[in-house]
Design a protein around this ligand. Structure first.
Ligand SMILES: [Zn+2]
Length: 250
């Protein structure tokens, strides 16, 4: 994944954004400010919806970046080099150079990203509870609740045991630990990735044809991305920690 814009460096790793992020950013901000927020909190001025939608989308991408940076930092600590972090249409990619030396390192590198997303989700959820208890409802609460949900969803989706998701690397670490065979572990994770991808494509198309809307199409696209990832063809998990990060805004 090539970065179209460079944002700078975090923890010594170049961070960039692919142009496709603009598309998903706009889709999320639009989905929130034109649909979800007006439906849940009617009667507010348009600028308030737009502001809340934009702010929630920005914070979401900052959280996604934190997820990728955590992969990069733990990978470096475990002796791997990290080429770059790039955000794109389906989430983030941290390009890891080299291989984890043992299953434990693989587990730490893969596991920290979803853990960060989970903690962010709980953090936003906690603030949402405090805000609600303080009697402050409205758009702030709506944005916090959405951020809590989307980050927890991010954590859960990424631990699905299928390459090239983080969960695929976790599965690989587990099989590697159990059998002592790294190649076999890679194959198992890659096959699981292909199966999950095919399931998502099927489920997504089924939903789309039943008229559920773009959510189904999005699911199918993510499934296609899993199938198309280079991992299953080569039987290797790929060098990159790929994290599917963009939830459907609808
Ligand atoms: Zn990840």
């Amino acid at each position: 994944m090539r970065a179209s814009f460079r944002l700078g460096r975090i923890a010594g790793v170049p961070v960039g954004v692919n142009w496709s992020v603009l598309f998903i950013f706009a889709l999320i901000a639009w989905g929130l400010s034109a649909n979800q927020f007006p439906r849940s909190y009617p009667g507010r001025p348009t600028w308030a919806y737009v502001l809340a939608g934009l702010a929630a989308a920005v914070v979401f991408f900052v959280g996604l970046l934190a997820h990728e940076v955590s992969h990069a930092i733990v990978a470096k600590r475990n002796g791997l080099e990290v080429g770059a972090i790039t955000l794109w249409l389906f989430g983030g990619v941290a390009e890891l150079r080299g291989e984890a030396s043992n299953p434990g390192a693989e587990l730490r590198i893969a596991g920290v990203g979803p853990l960060v997303s989970l903690l962010l989700g709980l953090f936003f959820g906690g603030i949402a509870v405090v805000v609600a208890l303080a009697g402050q409802g409205g758009l702030l609460l709506g944005a916090l609740a959405w951020l809590a949900g989307i980050n927890i969803l991010l954590a859960v989706f990424n631990v699905l045991p299928a390459a090239p998701l983080d969960g695929g690397r976790l599965l690989r670490a587990a099989v590697w630990k159990a059998t002592g065979d790294r190649t076999k572990a890679s194959l198992v994770a890659a096959r699981a990735g292909w199966i999950l991808g095919a399931l998502l494509v099927g489920l997504g198309l089924f939903q789309f044809l039943r008229g559920v809307g773009v959510g189904g199409l999005w699911l199918a696209l993510i499934g296609w991305f899993l199938i198309g990832a280079p991992s299953w063809r080569s039987g290797r998990p790929g060098r990159a920690a790929r994290c599917a990060g963009s939830g459907s805004p609808t």
